[in-house]
Design a protein around this ligand. Structure first.
Ligand code: MOS
Length: 709
């Protein structure tokens, strides 16, 4: 057995990405390709009275224009999350209604991008405007419906054990605070874009980045009334997604529909400005946390309520209270979630959806309680550990949260912290140290992979899974190499195509836990087929027999892990900030993250995943916000210059350490996931450090200079 699992292996796809040979969705070159450009609404609520399509059609190079008056027929998909799903259940160009600023109201197709864009921008459109509501404070909230039901283990909505009010009334220490987070945009490097290529009217190839190849395929099949196998989805590379590229959006449906009408390959690229309205975002949140504790810091009662917003055309609530029941033990727990409808685009998943802003509220409140009690915040967390999920039930399969805290504290030098705000200085800057906990559920789905052993002594792994920057190519290659007894260089991985076996979903941090066991089973199956102990023996028997290949498919699915357990990853972040109060300059100068994610498959890419999460969390802590103009209803940010994400200069070296053990109750590889836990707890760690530095408790994100001056 060569020991590849757990080592550091550089990305299999790294060279292709940095040399520009990796082909993304809209980069597929096809003969006779034509270009579509979206027409988007200039009002945020009302009706379209008229679009002068004749004038658009007279524009140079224009071949067609699609509006609600000539939208080609598409069918309503089942939307069952398992076989088909669209993000916004109102179909594109369904009627003359405008529900939010920037909504797609048409598509111009021309021979060049420039001509399509020019015609789309010059379109004369008459509207009937209605009053716009984009201000959450003026919205009417109602109880949130549950997320997707039991299957996905997410639960939200009202929940109560014990009696919060009675318990809190008698407690020696209580705390109540309200926290706000702003609308955030997923902002993947690769914009949303696709090429649709029909072969006649009865089969289509869609080149589109997606986190879930099989469900994209199934969804387009239902939308266009085709058998599943007549739709091919090609997605070998995904340039970031963070939750916003799992299902078709309206622009994708419109592109595929228009391409069928025109019988030409059609490309639609969503501009950065158009992405602010039409490809999802993380809703703003308002959350209240009430804590009651006895004098030694044990929680007697905990209440966490959240308000989030959705669009008029989709119900999507941020499950901010989802992870609260796993964090701290309390006999009296109350959770509540409410949702309001605003004239904004449809929100969706964004890396740890709900959980990340939820953790900002919970972990800020825990820090506030620690100060109130005069307790070290690390110690407060240790005193309140829970060994089971207080909502779902089930003991944690493995939990090394205490080790995350102690290892992080040790590495950071936490014991040197002065237990007083404004007590540490470096020159004329205040220095603050903060920490917060991290957690994320372990999810797992079903997947398949095919393995081929070839006479040139290579192994090929084929699966429809995808790599959105997570390291999936490398993880698959390492798993196969380990199980076949081959060097990783002799494994070729092909992913991201619906003609290959279903590789599952890259979402909810579940691709590794889903796919690695399937790859392992496929490797064992191919060795059995070859009657060999390892790949070398199989290659020798290929030579002898003159066979072209050994091939086998393997699959893995949840179900074997037992119902008594709850699967959860754990972590802790420790950080240092410096604050120059004269110019309100806040810098993050040190960062230590310690994570328990089960078995670490690739030490290098797993640490990079955590770093990516921390960086994204620092973005939400310090800069990311999308406001809507209350008059026009439109987002006031529209590109990566107006919507700030961290640059290199904003980020210190991020030390990442893994602790814990393989979670063999979860799957035979013992892996959970690393995609989302990195962002969990980052924003509160920063806010807690800002308090330690300045004595200012900032309860609203992002912590822009105005808030610390
Ligand atoms: Mo993730 S937000 O489940 O892609």
């Amino acid at each position: 057995m060569n020991q590849i699992i757990g080592t550091s292996v550089s990305r299999k796809d790294g060279r292709a990405k940095v040399t520009g040979t990796a082909t993304y969705g809209a980069e597929h070159q096809l003969p006779d390709l034509v270009h579509g450009y979206l027409i988007t609404a200039k009002i945020a609520n009302g009706r379209i009275l008229n679009i002068d399509t004749q004038a658009i059609e007279r524009s140079p190079g224009v071949m067609a224009v699609f509006t609600h008056e000539n939208m080609p027929r598409v069918f309503t998909p089942t939307n069952d999350w398992a076989n088909s799903q669209i993000y916004e259940t109102r179909l594109p160009l369904a009627d003359d209604r405008v529900h939010y600023g920037g909504q797609i109201i048409g598509l111009v197709v021309a021979d060049t991008l420039e001509r399509a864009r020019d015609a789309a921008h010059s379109a004369a459109i008459e509207y009937q405007e209605e009053p716009v509501l984009v201000t959450a404070e003026n919205a009417t909230y109602e109880d949130s419906p549950p997320w997707f039901g039991e299957d996905f283990q997410f639960q939200e909505g009202t929940f109560e054990t014990g009696d919060f009010a009675v318990a809190a009334a008698d407690a020696p220490t209580t705390l109540e605070a309200t926290y706000n987070t702003e609308t955030e945009l997923n902002s993947p490097m690769e914009p949303h874009a696709l090429v649709a290529h029909w072969q006649g009217n009865d089969s289509v190839t869609v080149y589109e980045p997606t986190q879930w190849v099989r469900v994209s395929q199934g969804t387009y099949a239902e939308l266009f009334g085709l058998p599943t196998e007549r739709v091919r989805v090609v997605s070998p590379y995904v340039g970031g997604a963070f939750g916003a590229k799992a299902f078709p959006w309206p622009h994708g449906i419109l592109c595929v529909a228009a391409a069928r009408e025109l019988q030409r390959p059609l490309k639609v690229v969503v501009s950065r400005r158009q992405m602010t309205a039409n490809t999802g975002h993380r809703s703003q949140t308002e959350q209240t946390v009430r804590l009651a504790a006895n004098t030694d810091g044990q929680l007697i009662a905990l209440e966490h309520t959240a308000r989030t917003c959705t669009s008029p055309v989709e119900v999507f609530s941020e499950p901010c209270t989802a992870v609260t029941p796993v964090m701290y033990a309390t006999p009296n727990l109350r959770l509540g979630q409410e949702l309001a409808v605003l004239n904004v685009g449809t929100p969706t998943f964004m890396r740890a959806p709900g959980e990340a802003p939820g953790m900002f509220a919970l972990e800020s409140a825990m820090d506030e309680l620690a100060w109130e009690l005069g307790l070290d915040p690390v110690e407060l967390r240790l005193r309140n550990e829970t060994q089971e999920h207080q909502r779902r039930g089930g003991v944690f399969s493995t939990k090394n949260f205490a080790a995350c805290l102690s290892t992080g504290a040790e590495q950071f030098g936490w014991s040197q912290r002065q237990m007083q705000p404004r007590s540490q200085q470096q020159g004329d800057r205040l220095v603050g140290w903060g920490m917060a906990a991290a957690t994320f559920p372990g999810y797992r789905g079903a997947a398949m992979a095919k393995v081929r052993l070839l006479p040139d002594e290579t192994a090929h792994v084929l699966t429809s899974a995808n790599d959105m920057g997570t390291g999936a190519y490398t993880m698959v290659a390492m798993t196969a190499a380990e199980n076949l007894g081959l060097p990783v260089e002799q494994v070729r991985v092909e992913i991201g195509d619906s003609i290959m076996p279903d590789g599952g979903l890259a979402g909810g941090s579940q691709m590794t836990a889903t796919l690695a066991p399937a790859v392992m089973n496929a490797c064992q199956a191919v060795l059995e087929t070859a009657n060999a102990e390892n790949a070398q023996q199989a290659f020798a028997s290929l030579q002898e027999s003159g066979r072209a290949a050994y091939e086998a498919t393997g699959s893995a699915a949840p179900g074997e892990e037992g119902t008594e357990f709850t699967f959860q990853s754990w972590g802790a972040h420790f950080c240092e900030v410096t604050v120059d109060e004269d110019i309100a300059r806040l810098q993050i100068t040190r960062w230590v993250s310690v994570m328990d994610i089960g078995r670490v498959l690739n030490a290098k890419t797993a640490a990079s995943q955590i770093r990516g999460g921390v960086i994204m969390g620092i973005g939400s802590a310090l800069m990311e916000e999308c406001h809507f103009d209350p008059a026009s209803g439109h987002p006031v940010v529209y590109d990566l210059a107006t919507y700030h994400v961290p640059a290199h200069a904003d980020i210190p070296r991020i030390e990442v350490t893994f602790v814990g053990e393989p979670d063999l109750n979860f799957n035979p590889m013992g892996v959970r996931g690393a995609g989302e836990i990195g962002i969990m707890g980052v924003a509160p760690a920063v806010a807690n450090a800002v308090y330690h530095a300045t004595g200012k408790r900032i309860r609203s994100l992002p912590i822009i200079p105005d808030k610390i001056i």
